[in-house]
Design a protein. Structure first.
Length: 461
């Protein structure tokens, strides 16, 4: 049976790549800020001490530099200018890289579609000469040639036209219930501005954005658009959402018999987002997962529901968390789901009863109690630790996991200069908070509330 293995691998590759780019920006900006400050301070000090401001006969003000210090002036001015430009160029370059990663993702996605449904190429209008066929020797080589040409043509289209192509290819509307679409169009159009027009707004940018109802009312032709930290973050989230929804919509359309893996892998993506406190994206994709027309079984659908509630709960939106849970009757569910319901509704007494009932060889094991974010809050309770000891005959201990490189760097830099804490692209926790958070929310593992798979290291997949 054909599976969605390549679809999932492509999505996983893309998400890892844009995660790397997202982390690179604050790390890079954090490292260059001290040098930028020094270069500007040195230049300003030189201006104050060694440069005289004069007014010429036309009333224009000019800087007067002594001849023997002109070289120093030029060097200091260039250093200040170069370091300041880096603050502009680096975010813009990494933003362009985000869009480039999406284009690479789309290339691999098309190849996966052609592999799953090779008959879609039957309608291709690509022509081959007899001499080309002779050179290719086999039908398979000719097929690969046609695919390469087809993909090359698609990539030359606008991003909106690429969606037109996909919708026609698969026979499904991909932009329904997709409020992020306008953001997607704007960021791809801004990428074109940065690459081709140095970010200066063109008539083409305005026209394309207006055609898709993008919110650009205050933007004027001729002004320059850059990439601010919040804009970069929103672009990252947009691409994350678009790629995940696109992959799983196509997966469920083309491979209806592979719903089990599709449900599991989408839950894994959402669970990772919860683990990394990316709750806004988690909320969006868990709602997407819950509202799929088909699921492999009720157990896997329940995982979407519980994780959707968990995401709200960890944001201290407990009323919303309970509303999500109460849309379903959990009385006939297995004990692990009942335990999740008890924890998420703060019914700790019931939770302790269920922990004892599940025991040391049930659906929830020792590592689950230590690692799952479901237990982030309850595990601080003394009664939880006593119940854990009763079940497993050992003291509860925190299971720590390594920090991510970004967290290590920020922690190190903050120790050297605490002012940097407020200057990074996003606020981060102190070293102690990061350590505590990492100890309770690991970067690996799968959501196992019901119908579960044991945790595994994702990088080895």
């Amino acid at each position: 049976m054909t599976t969605g293995k390549n679809l999932n691998k492509n999505l996983e590759t893309f998400l890892r790549h844009i995660d790397a780019i997202k982390d690179t920006l604050p790390m890079t900006m954090l490292l260059i800020q001290p040098y930028n400050k020094k270069a500007n301070d040195d230049f300003m000090k030189f201006l104050k001490e060694s440069v005289e401001e004069i007014e010429d006969d036309n009333g224009k003000k000019r800087l007067l530099v002594k001849a023997d210090e002109s070289k120093k002036f030029e060097t200091l001015e260039r250093n200040a200018s170069t370091s300041t430009l880096a603050n502009k160029i680096i975010p813009e370059s990494l933003f362009v890289s985000l869009i480039s990663q999406y284009d690479a993702f789309l290339t691999r996605l098309l190849r996966a579609i052609y592999e799953i449904k090779p008959d879609v190429l039957n309608g291709s209008e690509r022509n081959l000469t007899f001499s080309q066929l002779v050179e290719m020797e086999t039908i398979e080589n000719a097929r690969k040639f046609i695919i390469d040409k087809e993909i090359d043509t698609v990539l030359r289209k606008s991003h909106s036209e690429q969606f037109d192509y996909l919708e026609k290819l698969i026979g499904i509307k991909l932009r329904e219930n997709l409020p992020i679409w306008q953001t997607f169009i704007e960021i791809t159009e801004r990428r074109n501005l940065l690459v081709h027009c140095d970010g200066v707004v063109s008539n083409q940018y305005v026209k394309n954005c207006q055609e898709h109802n993008c919110q650009i009312e205050k933007t004027r032709v001729g002004e320059r658009l850059g990439v601010e930290p919040k804009y970069f973050s929103n672009a990252y989230k947009c691409l994350y959402e678009i790629a995940t929804k696109l992959t799983h919509t196509i997966w469920r359309k083309l491979l209806i018999l592979d719903l089990k893996e599709a449900d599991r892998e989408l839950n894994d993506v959402c669970f990772h987002l919860i683990n990394t406190n990316s709750f806004d994206l988690a909320d969006i994709l868990l709602e997407f997962g819950c509202h799929q027309k088909r699921h492999f079984n009720d157990s896997l659908k329940n995982v979407f529901i519980v994780n959707g509630s968990l995401s709200k709960y960890l944001q201290d939106k407990k009323d919303e968390a309970k509303q999500i849970l109460d849309k379903k009757d959990w009385s006939a569910s297995s004990d692990d789901f009942k335990l999740a319901y008890a924890v998420l509704t703060d019914d700790y007494e019931k939770a302790y009863e269920l922990m004892i009932k599940i025991g040391d060889n049930g659906e929830v094991d020792k590592s689950d109690y230590k690692q799952w974010p479901l237990f982030n809050k309850i595990r601080t309770e003394e009664m939880f630790k006593e119940t854990f000891k009763l079940i497993f005959k050992e003291e509860y201990s925190v299971m720590e996991t390594p920090m991510r490189p970004l967290q290590e760097l920020i922690t190190k830099e903050i120790k050297k200069n605490k002012e940097l804490k407020e200057k990074t692209v996003k606020k981060v926790e102190s070293a102690k908070e990061l350590k505590e958070k990492e100890s309770t929310t690991p970067n690996t593992g799968l959501p196992q509330v019901g119908g579960k798979r044991k945790s595994k290291v994702r990088a080895s997949k």
